[in-house]
Design a protein around this ligand. Structure first.
Ligand code: CAA
Length: 385
């Protein structure tokens, strides 16, 4: 009998500032409907220089971990493509800030937006071999393309934390994942570059083509058809992206299946519309959004997940919802977090965006957010706790 392994708890954290996409469109002399409808974004999360991927990861993980979890976790994996060090893993800092017992493995994984899924699969395999332990997986990123750049309306920031264990209380994964690797330069960030190089049309095209290829092979190997799924959740660089990919496989499906999957897609993008791209965390922010906002899902329902990381690696995998999964969700906390953010004017956003942390200058920093950067000494960031 296969062991039940999956996500026991999950939560997200986004920085406490946002820009309204209509304001951004007006400032960039673009029709607001291009951002609201064409790209599918309402708001975009923005962070000051005193908040980084460690700040987001720690706040997201704090929402879900109990004292017992801190004692049982023997592995901490951070998936990110906006790391703060070329060598040392942010997971090591996260491990200390959270107070996880010391006999644990901590490391970072990178493959663009796919890194969170690589981390999750590593965690699932570890738990299959060590059922008594727990693994903390965090996908944390800052998506920045530059002021007035083509990618600007698809920026965002934040983290998703997931506790992986046996007998999970939210979703148990099937052993059916299928990955696809293709060496393509659609989006990449050479060492030393602050912003990514991106071929927007190629990235969109590769995302859709990767999904079609993986889906076709997955359905062949797994014997699952679209009709078996209650919902599909996608990596969401901007909310129109997953929908474009989904529409590419709907032809020939029953009207009932098409309507059901499309209606669920809308539930999965509710949070991303307000936060923007979380890179590694986007697929999992979408999963949280789906589970917290779709009222007609139930235990046993089959959920498909499509992960995409430029460069490019794609993966499709699935899981079944667990009895009473609703009780594990933090819907109220998440709604409050999104509602209590401060809206920035475009001028404030541009100032915040351009004000960068200089790690070569020792300094103290003010910020009221937990786990924000309190000082930099000898290039080392210290965090409030
Ligand atoms: N009203 C309604 N819709 C409008 C409109 C209006 N007034 N004006 C334009 N639109 C529509 C367009 O018709 C288009 O819709 P379709 O895609 O359905 O045809 C949509 O708005 C976008 O218009 P453009 O294609 O002209 O947009 P653009 O040239 O400004 O580029 C982008 C959009 C490629 C997403 C760009 O923002 C970008 O490069 N973003 C970063 C890369 C990215 O996110 N790629 C996604 C796949 S890669 C990935 O997933 C990894 C990752 O996280 C980065």
């Amino acid at each position: 009998m296969t062991m039940n392994v999956g996500i026991d708890k999950m939560s997200f954290f986004v920085p406490p500032y946002f820009v309204d996409m209509t304001d951004l469109a007006v400032a960039r002399d673009v029709d607001p409907n291009k951002f609201l409808i064409g790209i599918g974004q309402d708001q975009m999360a923005v962070n000051p220089k005193t908040q980084d991927i460690v700040t987001f990861a720690t706040n997201a993980a704090k929402n879900i971990l109990s004292a017992e979890d801190l004692d049982k976790i023997d592995m901490v994996i951070v998936g990110t493509e906006s790391g703060i060090d070329e060598s040392k893993a942010s997971a090591v800092v996260l491990h200390r800030l959270l107070g996880i017992q010391k006999f644990a493995r901590s490391f970072e994984i990178k493959e663009a937006c796919y890194g969170g899924t690589a981390a999750l699969q590593f965690a699932v395999n570890h738990i299959r071999n060590h059922p008594e332990s727990k693994v903390l997986v965090v996908a944390s990123d800052i998506a920045k393309y530059g002021l007035a750049s083509g990618g600007e309306p698809t920026q965002g920031a934040g983290a998703v934390a997931m506790l992986v264990s046996t007998d999970p209380k939210i979703i148990a994964f099937n052993d059916d994942s299928l990955a696809l690797t293709q060496d393509i330069y659609d989006f990449w960030r050479p060492v030393g570059h602050d912003y990514p190089m991106v071929d927007g049309p190629l990235s969109t095209e590769t995302y859709i083509q990767s999904f079609q290829t993986v889906w076709q092979e997955y359905t062949k190997r797994s014997q699952h058809a679209l009709a078996d799924f209650a919902a599909l959740s996608f990596h969401i660089p901007y909310t129109k992206m997953g929908k474009k990919a989904l529409l590419a496989i709907l032809e020939g499906e029953s009207e009932e299946a098409q309507n059901r999957i499309l209606a669920k897609y809308e539930k999965s993008i509710a949070y991303s519309r307000k936060a923007g791209n979380l890179y590694t965390g986007s697929l999992y922010l979408g999963l949280i959004s789906l589970l917290e906002n779709a009222e007609d899902l139930k235990a046993g329902d089959l959920i498909g997940l499509f992960s995409y990381g430029s460069g490019a690696v794609a993966e499709f995998f699935s899981g079944r919802l667990v009895e009473d999964y609703q009780e594990q969700l933090l819907k109220t906390k998440h709604a409050e977090q999104l509602a209590h953010r401060k809206q920035l004017t475009i001028e404030e956003y541009e100032t915040m965006f351009s004000d960068r942390l200089d790690v070569d200058k020792d300094a103290e920093y003010e910020d009221t957010l937990a786990y924000s950067i309190s000082s930099v000494r000898n290039t080392v960031r210290e965090y409030r706790s």
